[in-house]
Design a protein around this ligand. Structure first.
Ligand SMILES: [Zn+2]
Length: 384
């Protein structure tokens, strides 16, 4: 099982103001963790360099006016002053090129998987992409990396149906907008609600022929894995089965971790590994394992690094993960998962699929956890 890992130091060059949570430190933290855990020299990880997405690649999702606006903003930026496009989305001198490189990194991942050079792929990029709409940058995002990749897979490789799963804590409004009337690209999102950006209600399900190819699962603050797991098993799995994807793309955001300073969901690193595993299993079931992940959010450096390592372990077929941070130090709210799942299944007309209510007890499929959070984590050389 090989995983293509696509990243580049140039992703550090996208410039936000110093106060901004979407900082180069995020990628540095991830790379440091990958290095100290020996994952950069893992025999089954194939490193790939990103390339710039072309105008044609970007115009498959974005308007020409949008591209022109980002290019003009980069030209207007000075070394000290990136140009704001909204209160929290900035374009620095290098940002247009680096955003193109971020979208291009996902294209390289698609190439690696569809040319069978790797079983699956993960692109570690910034800026993130899932809030970028066809004609608007927002929410730290300039170009919609994952949407551009979905279109590329269809256009270049003749892939018919692409499913995008998004477990970032925020709703991927841009991704939804790109494919809301398109029955060939499905979008599934779990996200905190009410929360930024305010979209992603459970009854936003797609329009026309694309009805039931968008699935939104808003989750309340203080939700735990119990609710997420029920949604993944009882809604995501039948949603995948109905759609029958030929390729799965994953918007992997790690801001659902309990330590994240921007959100209020109580998942831990093993929970994030389990969600990755559910997506991986769907790729195995429906599309020969073809899965390409791309980094979206995640603003606690340790939680982000831990989460990315855990997702990569799962992609490598290794269920042994390291949890440096432990479980949430306070209990979550116990939401009635049955009620939430029933509402979602009704909105999605999924009642034809039999429910398999989980018996009480531990959640099946949980990864093996190496809890090293009480130690200063030297080297994890004793791991296999
Ligand atoms: Zn996010």
């Amino acid at each position: 099982m090989t995983t293509a890992l696509i990243t580049d130091d140039r992703f550090l060059e996208h410039e936000n103001p110093a106060w901004h949570p979407e900082s180069p430190a995020r990628l540095r933290a991830i790379m440091h963790a990958l290095e100290t855990r020996g994952m950069l020299t893992h025999p089954d990880i194939v490193r790939r360099a990103p390339r710039l997405a072309s105008d044609d690649d970007l115009l498959a999702i974005h308007t020409p006016e949008h591209l022109a606006k980002i290019i003009a903003a980069a030209r207007a930026a000075t070394s000290d002053h990136p140009v704001p496009l909204d209160p929290d989305t900035f374009v620095g001198q290098q940002s247009e090129e680096i955003a193109r490189l971020a979208a291009g990194a996902v294209l390289v991942g698609v190439d690696a998987v569809l040319r069978e050079e790797a079983a699956n792929a993960f692109a570690l990029v910034r800026p993130p992409g899932h809030h970028a709409e066809p004609d608007a940058a927002m929410g730290f995002c300039l170009y919609n990396n994952i949407a551009v990749a979905a279109r590329y897979a269809q256009r270049v490789y003749g892939i018919e149906k692409v499913l995008i799963c998004d477990f970032d804590v925020h709703h991927g409004n841009g991704t939804q907008a790109a494919f809301y009337a398109d029955p060939t690209v499905a979008y599934f999102s779990t996200h905190q609600s009410p929360f930024y950006p305010g979209t992603g209600a459970f009854d936003e399900i797609g329009v026309g022929e694309a009805r039931y190819t968008t699935c939104n699962a808003p989750v309340p603050r203080n939700a735990t894995l119990e609710l997420y797991d029920a949604i993944y098993r009882e809604v995501f799995v039948p949603f995948c089965d109905r759609f029958q994807p030929d390729l799965i793309l994953l918007s992997a955001g790690y801001d659902t971790h309990w330590r994240d300073p921007m959100a209020n969901i109580l998942l831990d690193t093993p929970a994030l590994a389990l969600l990755t595993l559910r997506v991986y299993q769907m790729a195995e079931t429906y599309c020969a394992g073809r899965l390409v992940g791309v980094l979206e959010g995640g603003y606690d450096m340790e939680a982000l690094a831990d989460g990315v390592c855990a997702s990569l372990n799962i992609l490598l077929g290794d269920r042994h993960i390291t949890d440096s941070l432990g479980s949430p130090p306070w209990p979550g709210f116990r939401w009635n998962a049955d009620v939430v799942v029933d509402e979602l299944r009704q909105a999605q007309d999924l009642f034809g699929y039999r429910r398999k209510t989980r018996p009480a007890g531990p959640i099946p499929g949980m990864p093996d956890i190496d809890e090293d959070h009480d130690e200063p984590h030297p080297h994890d050389e004793d791991e296999d």
